[in-house]
Design a protein around this ligand. Sequence first.
Ligand SMILES: Nc1nc2c(ncn2[C@@H]2O[C@H](COP(=O)(O)OP(=O)(O)OP(=O)(O)O)[C@@H](O)[C@H]2O)c(=O)[nH]1
Length: 200
Amino acid sequence: MNPIYHRAHFLLSAPHINVLPDDLGIEVAFAGRSNAGKSSALNTICNQKALARTSKTPGRTQQINVFPIDDTHALVDLPGYGYAKVPEAIKRQWQAALPEYLSEREQLRGVMLIMDVRHPLTEFDWHMLDWCRDLELPLHILLTKADKLKRGPGMATLQKVRSTLRNDYPHVSAQLFSSLKRTGIEEAHAQLDKWFGFDA
Ligand SMILES: Nc1nc2c(ncn2[C@@H]2O[C@H](COP(=O)(O)OP(=O)(O)OP(=O)(O)O)[C@@H](O)[C@H]2O)c(=O)[nH]1
């Protein structure tokens, strides 16, 4: 487990990718369908209770939140996707901005895609998978809320996701995760270490 992630701290919320600062160094983005458990996963990975606000009300994460770890490495929390109460115009704006961010953000090294293990590979997830594949951007799936399933069904879901993606999505890896039980943290840290170059 790499304690460097415990140093993550909130820097800013950006309403649009155009106003993100350019000098963040290497960046890893966290994406996910609204309510998948993205904020909780970020908090767990960074060992902080309220780094990214978690909420039982889906969709509170409507801005791009930036959490530097140090001067040259940052975690970026992208808005939760698919929240019903967000006005259509904002949804459309974000739908257009997301692929733009993925394609134009030069310092972006990888994407952590958070899925609820009970509802993996939603329509939004497939868009993310396709965009990242087209850009040859590595993507790692956290199948979170794994505590909601027994070990057998959890492992079966993981194997199913891996085998579904194996042939057509070579830049994708996947793991089980639980913020509640704090499982899968080491594996998630190892993936981040790789992207940030902390494993060298
Ligand atoms: N059992 C269990 N519940 C979880 C886990 N992670 C998140 N939750 C719950 O799922 C709900 C949504 O979690 P959040 O982390 O706020 O989800 P989010 O994806 O950031 O949601 P948005 O703000 O809409 O983007 C909350 O009620 C959490 O307590 C987990 O690992 N296990």
